[in-house]
Design a binder for this molecule. Structure first.
Ligand SMILES: C[S@@+](CC[C@H](N)C(=O)[O-])C[C@H]1O[C@@H](n2cnc3c(N)ncnc32)[C@H](O)[C@@H]1O
Length: 209
């Protein structure tokens, strides 16, 4: 389509996304990690929101790690988030945590009611060896604040879900029983596996009590 100045008005979405991603990378160079009020952090967050808006992702993986449970590790509908970005080898295993956005599930940088589906697979270990493979792959809970952290994580996942959207929660009972986690939150799962150590549970936002 021709505009009044004879320029093409058609927007190439891929190009816009790439430009936003480049801009975000550029802004990241100016972040001062020691300054929690650094204005560039806000700029990066704003760009992340813009990227997501333009991409129109419908799914959020709120703590993607190395995306081990994904059949398609680059699903186009999904925004992959984690609070770290790192790549290393440990005890012969390659760990690659490369999220689309680096953010904290206790403060998810997206507006309310953004996603149709959120998957929440937080760390489940209070104790893990400092140089162990488990910590490298799955992260670790803070021994003092884990209850508040998980409760806040659930609250944030629900906030960014659209009404009637689905939350899938994954948990391993190895150190903390799933019942203890469910006591922390005001939501009830609809269904999930009730035997075994690994739990997949499904919640719906705004479900009838
Ligand atoms: C159990 S692992 C996720 C594994 C992942 N689902 C997979 O398939 O590989 C938990 C992840 O949560 C991340 N994490 C820990 N605390 C977080 C936080 N506050 N916000 C976002 N991600 C966090 C860890 O870095 C770790 O990669």
């Amino acid at each position: 389509m021709e505009g009044s100045e004879g320029r093409c008005n058609t927007v190439n979405l891929e190009e816009v996304i790439n430009q936003l991603i480049n801009l975000r990378g550029h802004c990241e160079n100016f972040i001062e990690p020691s300054n929690e009020f650094c204005i560039w952090k806000k700029n990066v967050k704003a760009l992340e929101i813009a990227i997501n808006f333009v991409k129109g992702n419908r799914i959020l993986d709120a703590c993607c790690g190395s995306r081990m449970f994904w059949f398609d590790k680059n699903n186009e509908d999904t925004c992959y988030m984690d609070n770290r970005k790192e790549e290393f080898e440990i005890h012969g295993k390659y760990v690659n945590v490369n999220p689309d956005i680096v953010a904290d599930f206790r403060n998810i940088p997206f507006p309310d009611s953004t996603f149709y589906l959120v998957v929440f697979d937080p760390p489940h270990l209070k104790w893990a060896g400092p140089n162990g493979i488990m910590k490298a792959q799955y992260g670790q809970l803070n021994k003092n604040t884990w209850k508040d952290d998980l409760a806040k994580g659930f609250e944030e996942c629900m906030r960014v879900l659209k009404s009637n959207g689905t939350l899938v929660f994954k948990w391993s009972d190895s150190q903390i029983n799933v019942k203890e986690v469910l006591k922390l939150i005001p939501f009830k799962p609809l269904f999930g596996n009730q035997r075994g150590n690994t739990h997949w549970m499904v919640f719906m936002k705004d479900q009838a009590k």
